[in-house]
Design a protein around this ligand. Structure first.
Ligand code: 5GP
Length: 194
C-alpha cells in the first residue's frame, strides 16, 4: 500500500476551513489530525475530538519527548500536531489533513517536502469579520486580534503551494479535490512500470 499524502490546510480563523474539512471527510480516504493545544475549550468542544486540551506543562513535556511533528504559539496559546498518530495514519495509506497556522505549516514543509500546502482565503476582510461575529464564540477583542493576525499571515500564503478562495463552499471543496487530483498526476508520483 502506498503512503498517504500529508496535506496542510491553513487560512484565517473563521474562514470556513472547518466546514470545508467536514465535506472533504465524506471521502473516506482522508482523515484530519487532532491537534494538542493549551487553549481553553470553547463551548461544544470535546477533548480528544476537537483538540487534545493540555496544560502548558503537559504541552512542554510533549515537545521535550519529540512527540510533536510541529508546534507554534498563536494568540497566546500553544498548538501542535501529535507525531505518532499522523505517522501511523500516513503509513496506513490515509491522506492526513493538518488544519494548522502558518508557522507550523512552514515547519511541516521543511520536514516533509512532499507535503501539499493549501492556504484558504475569505472573499474579503469584512466578510471574515462577519463570519467570526456569526460564529459567536469569541469576544470582540479576540475577533480583532484574529483579524489582525489574518492580515499578518496573508503574505506568507505566497510560500504555500496552492491558494483556494472560500466564498461558496462547494467551489472551495471542488478546488481542493482538483488540487489533489493534480498532485496525483505529478510526473514524480506516477508509476511508469508497464
Ligand atoms: P483555534 O483556536 O481557532 O481553534 O485555532 C487557532 C489557530 O491555530 C488556527 O489557525 C488553527 O489552524 C491553528 N492550529 C490548530 N491546531 C494547530 C496545530 O497543531 N499546529 C499549529 N501550528 N497550528 C494549529
Amino acid at each position: 500500500m502506498s503512503e498517504g499524502r500529508l496535506i496542510v490546510l491553513s487560512g484565517p480563523s473563521g474562514c470556513g476551513k472547518g466546514t470545508m474539512i467536514e465535506q472533504i471527510l465524506k471521502d473516506g480516504g482522508y482523515m484530519v489530525s487532532v491537534s494538542a493545544t493549551t487553549r481553553a475549550p470553547r463551548s461544544g468542544e470535546t477533548d480528544g475530538v476537537n483538540y487534545h486540551f493540555l496544560s502548558r506543562e503537559d504541552f512542554e513535556q510533549r515537545i521535550a519527548e519529540n512527540g510533536l511533528l510541529e508546534y507554534a504559539e498563536y494568540c497566546g496559546n500553544f498548538y501542535g500536531t501529535p507525531r505518532r498518530e499522523v505517522e501511523a495514519a500516513l503509513a496506513g495509506g490515509k491522506n492526513v489533513i493538518l488544519e494548522i497556522e502558518v508557522q507550523g505549516a512552514l515547519q511541516v514543509k521543511e520536514r516533509f517536502p512532499a507535503a501539499v500546502l493549501i492556504f484558504t482565503i475569505p472573499p474579503s476582510i469584512d466578510e471574515l469579520r462577519r463570519r467570526l461575529h456569526k460564529r459567536g464564540t469569541e469576544t470582540e477583542d479576540v475577533i480583532e486580534k484574529r483579524v489582525a493576525r489574518a492580515l499578518d499571515e496573508l503574505p506568507i500564503a505566497k510560500q504555500y503551494d496552492y491558494i483556494i478562495l472560500n466564498d461558496a463552499l462547494e467551489d472551495a471543496v471542488h478546488d481542493f479535490f482538483t488540487v489533489m487530483r493534480a498532485e496525483s498526476l505529478r510526473a514524480d508520483k506516477v508509476n511508469l512500470n508497464f
